[in-house]
Write a protein that binds this ligand. Structure first.
Ligand SMILES: [Zn+2]
Length: 193
């Protein structure tokens, strides 16, 4: 399984666009602004999963739909500008040949989800948490620190070797420790994303 960030070299402020490849090409979020140029280079996109419906994560979605007609999945499809299939807490979805479990993870935004593969030990967190004890801001509409804390608790105990968040770089060292730190920090301070 190969995971790369199509938003890595973009100048505009955008959420990450994680491209997962293993025969199938899957995007986790679609970003905004000049990150589109990297999506445009792809030969195909089979599936798109949206971690939540904030602008910096879904703005390129109509262009992706136009260009590739992928299957699109989200927790609250009604929040998107294009049609999508609904995901529920506990659903298992096949991505690139591996099963990913869906965790509903409100606190930053009500329609937030995390995706986890026990086979691959990979976790996508959206804006729930970030590396090194970071976590999503809760001062926006639908933000709720208590819900955020409860959502992070769902991730405690998962075996995770690689964590891909909605902002910042991938985390690949002591990831489970980093998740526990996010839980502790979320109880104490404010966040920036
Ligand atoms: Zn967000």
């Amino acid at each position: 399984m190969k995971v790369t960030n199509l938003a890595e070299d973009t100048e505009d402020f955008t959420g990450n666009i994680w491209l997962m490849e293993n025969g199938e090409k899957v995007l986790i979020d679609t970003g905004t602004g000049d990150s589109w140029k990297n999506i445009r280079e792809l030969k195909k996109v089979d599936k798109v999963i949206l971690t939540h419906s904030h602008y910096d994560h879904i703005d390129n979605l109509p262009k992706v739909e136009d260009g590739y007609s992928p299957k699109i999945y989200a927790f609250q499809p009604e929040n998107l500008p294009v049609g999508a299939e609904k995901l529920e807490e506990g659903d298992k979805i096949d991505l690139c040949g591996s099963k990913f479990k869906i965790f509903h993870s409100p606190g930053h935004k009500d329609d937030s989800i995390c995706l986890y593969s026990g086979e691959e030990k990979i976790l996508f967190t959206g804006d729930l948490i970030f590396p090194d004890g970071g976590f999503g801001r809760t001062d926006l509409e639908e933000g709720d620190r208590e819900k955020l804390i409860e959502s992070i608790k769902k991730l405690i105990g998962l075996e995770v070797e690689e964590m891909y968040c909605g902002h910042e770089e991938a985390a690949k060292e002591d990831v489970e420790k980093q998740i526990r730190r996010s839980l502790e920090e979320a109880k104490k301070r404010e966040s920036k994303y």
